[in-house]
Design a protein around this ligand. Structure first.
Ligand code: DGY
Length: 322
């Protein structure tokens, strides 16, 4: 029986590519050049499975016409870059990689919170530019983190891991908004309290951190009205998805002082980052590094291997999203 033909759309950790090559007839993207929409459409008609990631856009148009692909094994937990309704309509199984990137993503959110509050990015730029004039009592004064209130939007795995760091590491008070009700006893494990609306959370939080999925249901969850509803002097952290924030409204809110600063790892039109943000000092900008550790990226790849292997062995896939 011929081995399933599989396309890996980007370079993956070498150990994972090696396992895939042992098990399947694999095409690797050795040059790591992202595929365009036409190439992805072609891939769906040529391969039994395609293994995409967040940099691949798979809108409805990619699923038009005859399709050979039966499985999309996404490298990543977020899947808002895939039109799930179209995948379902073509009877394509879609999987993701939950769980293994929880800690590293929560760590990056913490890094961003600390960096923006304590002006880490600005300070580093000043030292590197040779502009530091020495210690003085009024130099680069930031905002204290310990003991403040943090509002978590989306209390899933990553939101909880972030809350744990904030509460037990920095003595912070945690409030959160989550679409479904979280058992108060479970919330208490993180020193957290659920509030009824996003606005309730924004009104009391010194820091707001986004941990909800991207896609239609949360598009522009943070918009001009919501920035205006934030506590004066508050900061926003985004390690979730770029489309959760209206970037134009964000730039206006930063420019007119409605909010004090932001720490961002994700953007509306990656890899483009608005020039206005790049020019502001009170923003910390990372290039989507949430899961970027050796351990986590390998674990993500191995999760895809488990899913794709289960699929072609006729077993239920462990991480089905469609
Ligand atoms: C994910 O898994 O969705 C991340 O954003 C990619 O690292």
């Amino acid at each position: 029986m011929p081995r399933p033909r599989i396309l890996v759309t980007r370079r993956w950790p070498a150990a994972v590519e090696a396992v895939l090559a042992e098990r399947f007839e694999v095409t690797l993207n050795r040059d790591d050049i992202p595929l365009g929409e036409n190439e992805l459409r072609q891939a769906l008609s040529d391969y039994d499975a395609v293994l995409p990631t967040v940099s691949d856009k798979l809108p409805a148009a990619v699923f038009a016409g005859d399709i050979r692909t039966k499985m999309l094994g996404n490298f990543g937990v977020g899947f808002n870059h895939i039109d799930i309704a179209s995948a379902k309509a073509k009877d394509i199984t879609v999987t993701n990689t939950p769980g293994v990137l929880t800690d590293c993503t929560a760590d990056i959110a913490m890094l961003l919170l600390l960096s923006v509050a304590r002006r880490g990015g600005e300070g580093e730029r000043q030292v590197r530019a040779g502009e530091w004039k020495g210690w003085c009592p009024t130099h680069m004064i930031g905002t204290k983190v310990t003991g403040k209130t943090v509002g978590v939007i989306g209390f899933g795995r990553i939101g909880r891991a972030f809350a744990q760091r904030c509460h037990f590491g920095f003595g912070m008070d945690i409030v959160f908004y989550n679409r479904s009700q979280v058992d108060p006893a479970e919330a208490a494990r993180y020193g957290a309290r659920q509030l009824s609306t996003v606005e309730d959370v924004l009104a009391v939080s010194d820091f707001v951190s986004l941990h909800c999925p991207g896609g239609a249901e949360n598009r522009y969850l943070m918009n001009a009205a919501r920035f205006a509803a934030m506590k004066p002097g508050a900061f926003l952290i985004n390690t979730a998805r770029g489309d959760v924030v209206d970037e134009a409204a964000l730039i206006a809110a930063l420019a007119n002082g409605t909010i004090s600063g932001v720490g961002f790892d994700v953007y509306e039109r990656e890899p483009q980052v608005p020039e206005a943000l790049v020019r502001m000092e009170n923003v910390v900008l990372l290039p989507h590094l949430g899961s970027a550790t050796e351990e986590t990226r390998t674990a993500m790849g191995m999760k895809v291997v488990e899913n794709v292997t289960a699929f072609f062995e006729g077993r239920e896939v462990p991480d089905r999203v469609a």
